[in-house]
Design a protein around this ligand. Structure first.
Ligand code: F6P
Length: 531
């Protein structure tokens, strides 16, 4: 499938793509939703390459597969499930039928219940034993943590509800640090777990319940559950009136749009949360209607396929020049790597190409002073994805925001242009000469020709956050379809969980002799150290 693209790469890989970049290209190799602009002109994709890439979308039947997802077909074939997180933001869309039933009435009724509960918490109508709720602790992990934790931080300027804390790790330090600063009498604990079986979450939830029970007469009254498991939440003692359910067609890493987003809704209020949903829904409509050549999720996916599967670049950096998006790289890491980190295709056969890239990143400008050295001068090429807003939230500090934007644009320019040996010599010619001049100059050469895409938008408000998240969700879908994999299961997390369960009694003093030599020796060492 990639043969033509690989042949095309062979003919263009040595050129400097900067030389392609006239003002026509700048307009031709960008696309816009009206709310955000995707610029992919600083890549080595040319007209022919783009045509070949877009051809892929028709070859794999993307339009039919997209429609199948939106209409509730069980495209998660290994788990026999539909993939319908888009229904959670289908605020004024039509019915979505699964097994003969329209799911929308239940989705909208749950959203209304969330609205009412969030409003009660925010107004003080829902109280703890000691008064109005001052603190919320969301206990969850993976998609039941990363989404709301990222979202609450992203929308910090809109946060006017109680303080929010997020506990995810099995490490007792995580929950201990939070419990230390909360008053149990005015704290609401949200146990967020799709399955309500995840060991880290259930362990932390029990710890929180014990902590609250030490000073509150009926701790379960200050607990809420977000889950698909009515039995599990009942067994934990949480009243059905404070359980916000969802269905198995919402994957964990796609769940921020529904009940798992409750902490975010309480933080910013339900009106702002609905604006966030509208941002996602607007991107859905764009994805479903825009021509591929103007379709942001499709184009972003194609840049990913070009860089990873065709050029062979193994990683991708997510670099938000928007400090409130500090947790976005971690959120996208789960979204992309849990979705597309697979080795077999939908048919169970080994993939003949690499699947998804390693996704990582940090906000700019912090990353510039940490790992950009490797991005600019290391031997590996790292395609970069910059996100930048035209405006921040603090008008009196706009000059500082302009500095941020200048840094963002400078980085993509530097990656593309680099600095050749002549320029490097000029930089040091006043201090060195002869061999030492050559040696010093060579350290100051930047190879350049390093690709990046930039996603630019007006301001990070709830609508824009919804747009950004839905953009990347659909990008993952498109890449998954091209690769022929199931982006919606996650069997790769199972083995470690099973082995951890088996190891726990050994760590607690059991016999490690059945384990491999390394594991047994580590158990022995840690036991001697007091585990
Ligand atoms: O172990 C992986 C995973 O299943 C993720 O896909 C999910 O987001 C996370 O664990 C948490 O699962 P749950 O919401 O069921 O506790």
């Amino acid at each position: 499938m990639f043969t033509k693209l690989r042949r095309h790469l062979e003919t263009v890989e040595d050129r400097l793509f900067e030389n392609l970049l006239d003002s026509v290209r700048a307009q031709e190799f960008m696309a816009s939703t009206g709310h955000m602009r995707l610029d992919y002109s600083k890549t080595n994709i040319d007209f022919k390459g783009r045509t070949l890439l877009i051809d892929l979308l028709d070859q794999v039947g993307l339009a039919e597969k997209r429609d199948a997802m939106f209409h509730g077909t069980a495209i998660n074939e290994t788990e026999g499930r539909a993939v319908l997180h888009t229904a959670l933001r289908n605020l004024d869309g039509g019915p979505i039928i699964i097994n003969g039933t329209d799911v929308m009435p239940v989705v909208l009724a749950t959203l209304d219940r969330m609205d009412k509960f969030a409003a009660d918490v925010r107004s003080g109508a829902f109280r703890g034993q000691g008064g109005a709720i001052t603190d919320i602790i969301n206990i969850g992990i993976g998609g039941s943590d990363l989404g709301p934790a990222m979202g609450v931080l992203a929308l910090a300027p809109y946060h006017n509800g109680p303080r929010c804390h997020f506990v995810s790790n099995a490490d007792p330090a995580d929950i201990a640090n939070v419990l230390r600063i909360c008053d149990p009498a005015t704290t609401l604990v949200i146990v967020a777990s799709k399955t309500f079986t995840t060991i880290e979450t259930m362990t932390n939830a029990r710890t929180a319940k014990t902590w609250m029970g030490e000073s509150v007469s009926d701790p379960a009254e200050q607990f809420v559950a977000l889950s698909t498991s009515a039995d599990g939440t009942a067994a934990f003692g949480i009243s059905p009136s404070r359980v916000f359910g969802f269905e198995d067609w919402v994957g964990g890493r796609y769940s921020i749009w529904g009940p798992i987003g409750l902490s975010m809704m309480i933080a910013i209020g339900s009106d702002a949360f609905r604006v966030f949903l509208r941002g996602g829904q607007d991107m859905d409509q764009h994805f479903c209607t825009a021509d591929w050549s103007q379709n942001l999720p499709a184009l972003l996916a194609l840049t990913g396929i070009w860089h990873n599967q065709i050029c062979g670049y193994a990683t991708r950096a997510i670099l938000p020049y928007d400090n409130n998006l500090s947790r976005l790289p971690a959120y996208f890491q789960q979204l992309e790597m849990e979705s597309n980190g697979k080795s077999v295709g939908m048919d169970g056969e080994d993939l003949l190409v690499h699947s998804g890239p390693v996704v990582w990143g940090e906000p700019g400008t912090n990353g510039q002073h940490a790992f950009y050295q490797l991005i600019h001068q290391g031997t590996r090429v790292v395609p970069c994805e910059f996100l930048v807003a035209a405006r921040g939230h603090d008008d009196d500090l706009h000059h500082q925001h302009q500095l941020l934007v200048a840094n963002c644009l400078a980085q993509s320019e530097a990656l593309m242009k680099g600095r050749d040996l002549d320029e490097a010599r000029e930089k040091v010619a006043d201090r060195f000469e002869g061999k030492e001049l050559e040696r010093q100059a060579s350290h100051r050469v930047f190879p350049g020709n390093r690709p990046s895409v930039t996603i630019a938008y007006s301001k990070l408000d709830p609508f824009m956050l919804g747009q950004i998240l839905a953009l990347y969700e659909h990008r993952v879908f498109v890449e998954g379809v091209i690769l022929g994999i199931n982006s919606y299961d996650q069997w790769g997390v199972e083995l470690g969980k099973e082995l951890a369960t088996a190891l726990q009694p050994i760590i607690e003093g059991g016999d490690a002799s059945g384990k491999d030599g390394s594991t047994a020796a580590l158990v022995d060492y840690l036991q001697k150290c007091g585990v």
